[in-house]
Structures are given as structure tokens and as C-alpha cells.
Design a protein around this ligand. Structure first.
Ligand code: TRP
Length: 455
């Protein structure tokens, strides 16, 4: 098969690591992980989450990278080619499709939340939260999300930035973006960590994140931890297949996947170590749910010395993290269209990004003019697409990837791509054949039929 992709290549293994880590590190790490840990009692949740990353996350990430690097095309065409070479049904192409659609759907609402984070750069920077009270901060958030025009404005800005980067291509767009944004992101995180340490409540935050309390591990917490492990590593939708297609041949897949998973987990834990000490220093609640980042944290910054500057920095960090993720959500579909209909990459990026923006309006309006419109049961549009993508499409994609790579693919491909010793290869194969698909199947069934949890 081709040794290079027509879309371009990462110039080194490091650039692949930065790009894949950029995809992995996003709203999932900074917004979702801390509030989930907060709601599920801290340490116990963190431990289960770490287990899921190691046992399910890394093996599936390896499977996605190896498919991508073998196929060197968009996930749809990669799956098509690999299925043909392995003597399997051409219907496996649908794994690529499912992924491209899931990515598109995630992107639609991801752009809305990322837009909120961008808006907060402006409002925290302008000092809107200086000495704010809890009631004011929560009113600020509800007034902001209730303003359809404003929300759409920020969503549009974020989507335009995303499209801009993807339109410029793998080398000039994606690689340049991650090359500058990722090191800056780490730097900002370290600065904020120092700020959290100075808050005087650092140890309290640490013990919340790491003190382990076995009674807190409920079936629900295990499910959430597993779902989060999937989402945070960008698995199940082909983003990593797409990025793997641009990966140099000489980079080792096990080592690379492990580094990416460790960096991603490191950022999630560090975000928790920034957020919780600030929350405790101001006597606030750790279990605030999704509002943790947009309500609780601004209150904390508003009450602290230097909070205006460090709070602004925090939301810049979130925006960078979201941007290096959103580009990986568009890439599979953009690459596929370029292969298929011979329009330019820029046209393809504007087309896919524009459509995702349009669909995203449904999510933007779920918090204001469209809050009464409900689909499935009592779910708003936002809740519906979130559920559809995260609870149905990603696990389904992950399970299909396990079955295809674990059982059906021409066995020479994983051996040849992974270049592992016999023993290590067998461990990986055992995980991808039995452990990961069963684990993912369980989360899938449980999240679609939550009644089953109440035995
Ligand atoms: N991993 C990103 C985050 O944690 C989100 C993301 C980017 C993603 N690409 C993805 C999630 C692909 C699932 C699939 O915010």
C-alpha cells in the first residue's frame, strides 16, 4: 500500500504525538473530566477511569492507528481497502461512515460549548466576575446562554477558526496549529497549576482527586468513567484513523499510543488539580456538574487576587484545547470528500464545517429559543445529539473497530504495523479480541437501557 498519504504527512513522530494529543486533549479533559470526578466522589472515579484508559483505551487507539497507517486514506476509504485486502465484506466501509457522521455530530455541539469558552475569555478578561457572588455568576451564565444571537456569534467564530486551519492542509494547517498551540497549552497549564498551589488549598484539592473511597464506586460511575475514557482519547469515530494515515512509518505504535494516553490523562488530572483547589479555596461545591467551569470557577477567580488575569488565561487554555480537538473532528469527512469528489481541501473544509455549524445551531438554540423543542422523550436537541454521538455512535464504532482489527483483518497487517514481540503482541490481541469489545458492549447496553442499572 501507499507509503504516503495524498493529504500530506506529519513531518515527524513528535508532530503526530502533538496532533493526536491535541485531538485527545479538549473540553473532555478540562470541562467534563473535573465535573464528572466532582460528581462521582473524586478518587474512586479517577481510579476506574485510569483502568479504562489502560485496558480499553490504549489497545483501541493502537488498533485505530494501525488501520490508518496501513490504509493511508480517509477512514472511509481506509476501511474499504483494508476490508477488501482481508477478504471481508465491503460493508466494513460503514465503520468509516459511522465515524465521519459521529465526528460531524460531535463537532456541531462541540463548537457551541467551545464558543462559550471563547466568550468567557472576553467576559473574565473584562472583569465581569470581579468580586461576583454565586447568584450573579449563575445569572451571568444563564443570561449569556439565553442570548441566542450572542451564542451563535461565538459559535461561528470558533467554527471559522476550525475551518481555517483544516482548509490549509495537513502540513500548513493542522501541523502548524498543533506545533504552536500544544506547547503553549502545556505552559499555560503549568502556570495555572502554580496559581492553584498558591491558593492555599492545594492539598485539599489533591486529596479530593486522589483519596480513594471504595463505596463511591457505583455501576453508574464505572459507566461514566468508561464513556469518558473513550471520548477523551478521541476513539470510536476515525479521528485517530485519519491522523494515523499521516503518521511516519518508522514511529512505534505501542509507545506512541502510550505517550498520547499519558499526556491526555496528565492534562485531565492537572486540570482537576487547577480547578478543585480554587473551588475549595472559595468555599464552593466540587459537585456542581456541567456548571463547574462556567459558574463555579469564574466565582473562584473573581474572589482571588490575580483572578482576572489567571481566569482569562484559563479560558484561553480551554479554547486552544477545543480548537486542536475540533480540527480532528472535521478531518475524516474533509479527507473523504477530497478523495471522492475532487474538490479542493479548502472547499471541502468550508462545506463540512459550514454544515456542522448549521446543525450546531440546533444545539445553540437548545439553551434559549429552542429550549422547549424536545426530541426523544424530554431531551433537548443538544441532549439528543450528545447522547446519540457519545452513548451510541462512539461505542458502536469502537466495538466494530475491535471486531475488525481483533478478528477479521488480515493477521499480517497488525503484526507488521505493530512490530511487537510475540508476548506483547498476544497481550494486545487478547485485549482487543475479548476485553475491550466486551467492556464497550457493556457500556453501550447500559447507557441505552439505563433501567438495567437498577437491579
Ligand atoms: N477528545 C476530545 C475531548 O476530550 C474530543 C474529541 C475530539 C473527540 N475528537 C474526537 C471525541 C473524536 C470523540 C471522538 O474533548
Amino acid at each position: 500500500m501507499a507509503s504516503e498519504s495524498v493529504h500530506g504527512m506529519w513531518s515527524s513522530r513528535l508532530m503526530f504525538i502533538l496532533a493526536a494529543t491535541g485531538s485527545a486533549v479538549g473540553l473532555g479533559n478540562i470541562w467534563r473530566f473535573p465535573y464528572m470526578a466532582g460528581e462521582n466522589g473524586g478518587g474512586a472515579f479517577v481510579l476506574v477511569y485510569l483502568g479504562c484508559i489502560a485496558i480499553v483505551g490504549i489497545p483501541i487507539m493502537m488498533a485505530e492507528i494501525l488501520c490508518g497507517r496501513e490504509g493511508r486514506q480517509s477512514p472511509v476509504n481506509t476501511m474499504k481497502a483494508l476490508a477488501a485486502r482481508s477478504g471481508q465484506s465491503p460493508a466494513w466501509e460503514s465503520l468509516g461512515w459511522l465515524g465521519a457522521i459521529a465526528g460531524f455530530i460531535i463537532l456541531s455541539f462541540y463548537g457551541v460549548i467551545a464558543g462559550w469558552a471563547m466568550a468567557y475569555i472576553a467576559s473574565v478578561g473584562a472583569g465581569d466576575f470581579v468580586n461576583t457572588t454565586a447568584a450573579e455568576a449563575s445569572a451571568h451564565f444563564s443570561n449569556f446562554t439565553a442570548d441566542a444571537g450572542l451564542v451563535v456569534l461565538w459559535q461561528t467564530l470558533f467554527m471559522v477558526l476550525t475551518i481555517f486551519i483544516v482548509a490549509r492542509g495537513v502540513d500548513e494547517g493542522l501541523e502548524k496549529a498543533v506545533k504552536y498551540m500544544m506547547p503553549l497549552l502545556f505552559l499555560m497549564l503549568v502556570v495555572l497549576l502554580g496559581y492553584a498551589m498558591a491558593s492555599g488549598h492545594f492539598m485539599e484539592g489533591l486529596s479530593f482527586l486522589f483519596s480513594f473511597n471504595i463505596e463511591k464506586i457505583t455501576a453508574d460511575a464505572v459507566l461514566m468513567a468508561m464513556g469518558q475514557a473513550f471520548f477523551t482519547l478521541s476513539l470510536g469515530m476515525g479521528a485517530i484513523i485519519a491522523y494515523g494515515a499521516y503518521m511516519p512509518r518508522d514511529a512505534n505504535i505501542l509507545g506512541t499510543a502510550t505517550i498520547i494516553a499519558m499526556l491526555d490523562t496528565g492534562v485531565a488530572l492537572m486540570s482537576g488539580m487547577v480547578i478543585f483547589p480554587l473551588v475549595f479555596a472559595n468555599g464552593l461545591e466540587a459537585s456542581a456538574g456541567p456548571g463547574l467551569m462556567f459558574i463555579t470557577l469564574p466565582i473562584a477567580f473573581g474572589q482571588m487576587e490575580g483572578g482576572q488575569i489567571f481566569g482569562t488565561l484559563f479560558f484561553i487554555l480551554v479554547t486552544f484545547a477545543a480548537l486542536t480537538s475540533s480540527i480532528s473532528l472535521v478531518e475524516p469527512a474533509v479527507a473523504w470528500i477530497v478523495e471522492k469528489v475532487k474538490i479542493t481541501r479548502a472547499q471541502s473544509a468550508w462545506l463540512v464545517g459550514g454544515l456542522a455549524w448549521f446543525v450546531g445551531l440546533g444545539s445553540a438554540f437548545s439553551f434559549n429559543i429552542g429550549s422547549d423543542i424536545t426530541l426523544f422523550g424530554d431531551k433537548t436537541f443538544f441532549d439528543t445529539v450528545d447522547f446519540l454521538a457519545n452513548n451510541i455512535m462512539l461505542p458502536l464504532g469502537g466495538m466494530m473497530a475491535c471486531i475488525f482489527v481483533g478478528w477479521l483483518i488480515d493477521r499480517r497487517i497488525p503484526r507488521d504495523q505493530l512490530e511487537l514481540s510475540e508476548g506483547v503482541f498476544n497481550v494486545w490481541q487478547f485485549l482487543i479480541r475479548y476485553v475491550s469489545p466486551v467492556a464497550v458492549f457493556i457500556i453501550f447496553v447500559m447507557s441505552v437501557f439505563p433501567e438495567l442499572l437498577k437491579f
